[in-house]
Design a protein around this ligand. Sequence first.
Ligand code: TMP
Length: 210
Amino acid sequence: MRGRFITVEGTEGAGKSSNIDFIRRQLETRGIDVVLSREPGGTPLAEEIRALLLRPREESVCQDAELLLMFAARAQHIAALILPALERGSWVLCDRFTDATFAYQGGGRGVDVERIRTLETLVQGSLRPDCTFLLDLPVELGLERARKRSVPDRFEQEKQAFFERVRRSYLQRAMAEPERFAVINAGEDIEQVQHQLLPHLDRLQALRNG
Ligand code: TMP
């Protein structure tokens, strides 16, 4: 049977890494073969594109160049990793996917949503995540957490207002597709966040059986 495609989204400092690790372990405990990946990235070529996208640079990057690089990385990721894994029955657990493009390039940068939809169809065909966890928290709290980490990349250098727009776009998408999205309050302690994740993981297992 074809595997399921699970994505995890959120703004800066939402705790994606530790929660993805928790989700992976929970799925594996349930006997599911999980392939972990991330966007932009996930294959050697896509990781090179990621490095190009994240590196801070003097030259201002035009919106379409950023958008097309995101989808170029995605095309390679889908062809070389996501589809083969799903076809052999593994589940793909991906740190960000196209919802991030709608949120960051659409909401954050102001790219017309129709342009993103066109590329989504072109690059993905009918491929969409089966379930998306949105780790949501107040932007200020997330930025405070993120500041304690490494040197900011090109996106992390953006101002608070940018991330407020990103958060709003994510929440709008979650409201528009409540069946696919699980919105998690990521402002709580890690144990409480995990507690929120568990019923959704049970629901995912039902997906597998169904
Ligand atoms: P992250 O791995 O720390 O989440 O970094 C990836 C960055 O790339 C993050 O700031 C969000 C950004 N991004 C976009 O702007 N658009 C996209 O489509 C994706 C996948 C990520």
